[in-house]
Design a binder for this molecule. Sequence first.
Ligand code: SAH
Ligand code: SF4
Length: 385
Amino acid sequence: MNNAALPTPILPTRTDARAVLRAEWLALFAAWKQPVWRVDQVLQWLYQQRVEQWDQMTNLPLALRRQLAETHTLRNLQQAACQGSRDTTQKFLWRLADDALVESVLIPANPALYGDASDRHTLCVSTQVGCAYGCKFCASGLEGFRRNLTADEIVEQVLAIERQPKAAGEAPLADSRVIQNLVIMGMGEPLANYDHLMRALRILNAPWGGGIGARKITLSTSGLVPQIRRLADEPEQFRLAISLHGATDEVRDRIMPVNRKYPLAELTRACEYYRDKKGRMLTLEYILIAGVNDHLDNATALAGLGRRLQAKINLIPYNRVEGLAWDRPSETAQEKFLGVLERHQVPAFLRREKGHDIDAACGQLRLRTERELRTQPGTVGSGAS
Ligand code: SAH
Ligand code: SF4
């Protein structure tokens, strides 16, 4: 038999190191006859030093580094573009190994209005390339769904930002933590990528990993009922935000196709289940869209739902999306809508900042970049700040 007749060996796809839990490292290192403290060295390199290559793990024996490199990848996100300044909201566009693009948005805890450096940040991360749920107002859904992100691609969004010297306004210290809060509100429907997301969140939450407290992590969903119930049964106290945007089936059916599968009555029952299991950890997000959901009757219905769920309500004036006809109501109309919620004594918050380009919702930078790429290949990154 000559060599040409041999079947091509199928190499197992290697797991990325940032998708591995400590317990899994321990099992692997035990099988390799490596002591436990070697695992902690690897974890320190990955999550404290945030190294990008195995060779940077200088206190590991060369043979072990080689073994790790043969069995695991270290896929680093490549920055394709960046918008905004270090002390205000900053948007990062990442290129993944298969050339797909996703976004993360870094938001200072106290928007530094007068140019003061802010060292406490919230990071908004993406969980999918595109989104299959097709909400009528959203840039992420416009180009359809491409794929789920893997756990390491979610974790790397945090590590890549913490590696950035400019994120904190100075060179990062080895043990500095730039990100205190995480919101899973970027591109994609997080609960449609449940297993990868939970693995990533466990790594980001662990003291040996990202060290971000569970109560500082908020997941946002358009209303996937079975997964909301599943999340309620998990041990972690993650916060949950529901993208409601309509307090009646009539409004939600019109703008969010997911409502036909999981209508409001079912969604409300799942939210009650979450609230009962976790305590008051629910937020209802409500984008104000002129002429669609901003009538004062809509506010009364929303107040009723808010009271029933003992939820906090976030009103967000709609950010315009290129190619869509929707717009936000006037400031007076926004305040009137808020007034109705306040009269019903529902805790409500209206985002009053002006609609800066950079504040625009996730999905828009990617959409613009992909459209530019289609017309002028090679332009991505040229506009990076
Ligand atoms: N798929 C999840 C999480 C990502 S979207 C979800 O829908 O909850 C994050 C939030 O941004 C959602 O509340 C979404 O409705 C909102 N959003 C989408 N497009 C927007 C826009 N143009 N202006 C303001 N908020 C928008
Ligand atoms: Fe998807 Fe959320 Fe956008 Fe709806 S709002 S299309 S679920 S990303």
